[in-house]
Design a protein around this ligand. Structure first.
Ligand SMILES: *Cc1c(COP(=O)(O)O)cnc(C)c1O
Length: 362
């Protein structure tokens, strides 16, 4: 069976989303038999030598791709970034302490709510006043907060921090939808976390990249399952890790490394974003939904200036093999998610459709 022969779909899904073809091919083979072991990757012990090597390689690749300091630790847990929203205050807010948050969209709002279940939670910046269409700037982070939490890329609303906030307190980021999309300075962060299913791999694993010096300071008694320090000290093997999601994430990270790492990926993503946003800006039929300077490279959002034309436009892009560009129900219009594995050619197909549609209807 060859995956390479599958129908050509231009996959703009917001997540789970496109993965590289060669990763899917290898992942499929390893389901049947992993690396000459006679066993499937999903039927061997997570404490076997082959899987221990997979875990070690996946952890190392996270650090290598992002240029993390040597002492930082990586764990892969279940529960999605959504469980992360609750793990963050449990593991970083002191008993009786408080946390500061920026609220820039649906996921940030959920993170705020989960933190408020644990303790005092200050929203020090928000873009809710304009339906989360921009990134707040120039806000102040109180020096007595236990940490500051933000969402680097707002998957649903299509905004993205171009510069990370400077924080007087430990910085924590939900990077679910733009991790591995650009070079960054990991040592500025106490914790970076994210669900795998956007830029890293299949759903089922959540990555936590942590400064170990910032763990275990809350004075709160935690179940070992919820304790990041415990998971780190057990090297992500306290309980059975999501083995297949970790394995396919490892393959995807190997692919990222092979094509030139996050520097090269940043270049490719910039080219894809320019191609799409140029079409949105130059064609009067289309209009971006966010502040131009805060536009997401991963999840461009746009609407049609004449909504009555949507059905005809929809028929045309579907005919061209484009998939998954209907916007989230809270924004409407369109969202063309362009994660790392999406080739420029797919964006070109969408842009060609937009141009052709504009010619016929402009
Ligand atoms: C998708 C997404 C989430 C939710 O992740 P789950 O793994 O479904 O819990 C959280 N934050 C951001 C920024 C996302 O894009």
């Amino acid at each position: 069976m060859s995956i390479a022969t599958k129908l050509k779909i231009h996959n703009f899904s917001a997540g789970p989303c496109i993965l590289p073809q060669e990763v899917l091919q290898k992942a499929a083979e390893s389901i049947v038999e992993y690396d000459g072991t006679g066993l499937s990757i999903i039927e061997m012990s997570h404490r076997s030598k082959p899987f221990e090597a997979v875990m070690a390689n996946a952890q190392q690749l996270v650090k290598e791709l992002l240029g993390a300091p040597d002492n930082y630790q990586v764990v892969f847990l279940g529960g999605g970034a959504s469980l992360g929203f609750h793990m963050v205050p449990l593991n970083y807010m002191r008993s009786g302490g408080k946390a500061a948050y920026a609220n820039t969209g649906e996921w940030a709002t959920r993170a705020v709510k989960e933190s408020a279940l644990v303790g005092e939670t200050l929203v020090v910046a928000s873009s809710e006043d304009k339906n989360f269409s921009y990134i707040p700037k120039g806000f102040e982070i109180p020096g007595d907060a236990d940490y500051f939490h933000f969402t680097s890329n707002n998957t649903i609303f299509g905004t993205q921090y171009k510069q990370f906030p400077k924080s007087p307190v430990p910085l924590i980021c939900d990077m679910s939808s733009d991790i591995f999309s650009r070079p960054m300075n990991v040592s500025d962060f106490a914790l970076i976390y994210g669900g795998a299913q956007k830029n890293m791999g299949p759903a089922g694993a959540t990555v936590y990249l942590m400064d170990p010096d910032q763990l275990g300071k809350t004075g709160r008694k935690l179940s070992p399952v919820l304790d990041l320090k415990n998971h780190a000290s057990k090297d992500s093997m306290y309980n059975t890790p999501p083995v297949y999601a970790v394995y396919v994430s490892m393959l995807t990270m190997e692919w990222m490394k092979k094509i030139g790492g996050v520097k090269e990926i940043e270049k490719r993503n910039a080219a894809k974003a320019k191609l799409l946003y140029d079409a949105v800006d130059s064609l009067p039929l289309f209009k971006g939904t966010t502040a131009v300077e805060d536009r997401s490279v991963m999840n461009p959002t746009f609407v049609m200036t004449d909504a009555a034309l949507e059905p005809a436009f929809d028929a045309m892009w579907k005919e061209a093999g484009v998939s998954g560009i209907r916007g989230h129900r809270s924004v409407g219009g369109y969202r063309a998610s362009m994660y790392n594995a999406l080739p420029l050619e797919s964006v070109q197909v969408l842009v060609d459709v937009m141009n052709e549609f504009a010619k016929k209807n402009g």
